[in-house]
Design a protein around this ligand. Structure first.
Ligand SMILES: Cc1cc2nc3c(=O)[nH]c(=O)nc-3n(C[C@H](O)[C@H](O)[C@H](O)COP(=O)(O)OP(=O)(O)OC[C@H]3O[C@@H](n4cnc5c(N)ncnc54)[C@H](O)[C@@H]3O)c2cc1C
Ligand code: FES
Length: 236
């Protein structure tokens, strides 16, 4: 068990949760967390939003029972955390890159942005964020990106200048990923998607996260959550 440093409510049921300790993860990897086995039967997968010297930070939105229990956690409470799990975004990318996040899919992109800043082969990094309503975390991206475009309501995909990019990392609703993938194909862009499917074990031991891909059946938790965009069938 680890100790919660803070669980800060933001607007629109979003929270920033910091858990103390020393952590390491690749960009796009996730952890499985839960308050305790009495209040939450299953762990919930959460992407790394940020890692500090003294703890790890998650950005989550309350959508159901598990995330409501997480929202009730207070500073100093114990919490169970396992990970990091999965395969994240590739480090060895070059040229110009766009990170595109929709809703809770924004969470893994902040840590990804910070990691990509260390990649000297990148000419520039642009970030596109789509949210239903204004929140408090969007401006955090300004410190590390060459350009931040945020759109509220509607579709962030309408604002992406595809011709500028060699690589796109995206995370968010499947429809958003599908639109980006179609444009990525048209423009010859390398596209990587992070999927947010349902999970139970997080380590490839059950079938909760199994999906069909163009390269056969895969587990989101073990083979992903990051996949090549062209591998995915974009339907629910
Ligand atoms: C690899 C990975 C990383 C994730 N990272 C984050 C993150 O950083 N921040 C964050 O807020 N969320 C993240 N999620 C989603 C998060 O895990 C779910 O929102 C959470 O498990 C829901 O639990 P719940 O008990 O509150 O909701 P439930 O009661 O289980 O579900 C409530 C509602 O949300 C829907 N739902 C639940 N889980 C998902 C899902 N994974 N995809 C789509 N719809 C879902 C259900 O269909 C239902 O309508 C991630 C998911 C994955 C697989
Ligand atoms: S969540 Fe159990 S196999 Fe992926």
């Amino acid at each position: 068990m680890a100790i919660i440093s803070f669980n800060q409510p933001l607007k629109n049921d979003f929270f920033l949760l910091k858990i103390s300790g020393k952590y390491k993860a690749d960009m796009g990897q996730f952890f499985m967390i839960r308050k305790d086995s009495q209040s939450m039967f299953l762990n919930r997968p959460m992407s790394v939003y940020d890692i500090k010297k003294d703890g790890i930070i998650f950005l989550y939105q309350v959508v159901g029972k598990g995330t409501s229990v997480l929202a009730s956690c207070k500073k100093g409470d114990e919490i169970s955390i396992y990970g990091p799990y999965g395969h994240g975004f590739p480090l060895n990318v070059k040229g110009s890159i766009a990170l595109v996040g929709g809703g809770t899919g924004i969470a893994p992109l902040f840590y990804a942005l910070k990691q990509l800043r260390k990649n000297k082969k990148l000419k520039f990094i642009h970030v596109y964020l789509g949210l239903q309503k204004k929140n408090e975390f969007e401006s955090n991206f300004n410190d590390y990106t060459d350009s931040l475009i945020v759109h509220y309501g509607g579709f962030i995909t309408d604002y992406i200048q595809y011709e500028k990019y060699n690589v796109i990392f995206s995370c968010g609703p499947l429809k958003m990923l599908e639109k980006i993938d179609r444009q990525a194909k048209n423009h010859g862009i390398e596209h990587y998607v992070s999927l947010e499917g349902r999970m139970a074990c997080g380590i490839g031991a059950c079938l909760a996260c199994a999906i069909q891909t163009k390269n056969g059946n895969k587990h989101i938790c073990k083979d992903g959550p990051v996949f090549k965009g062209e591998e995915i069938f974009y339907y629910e």
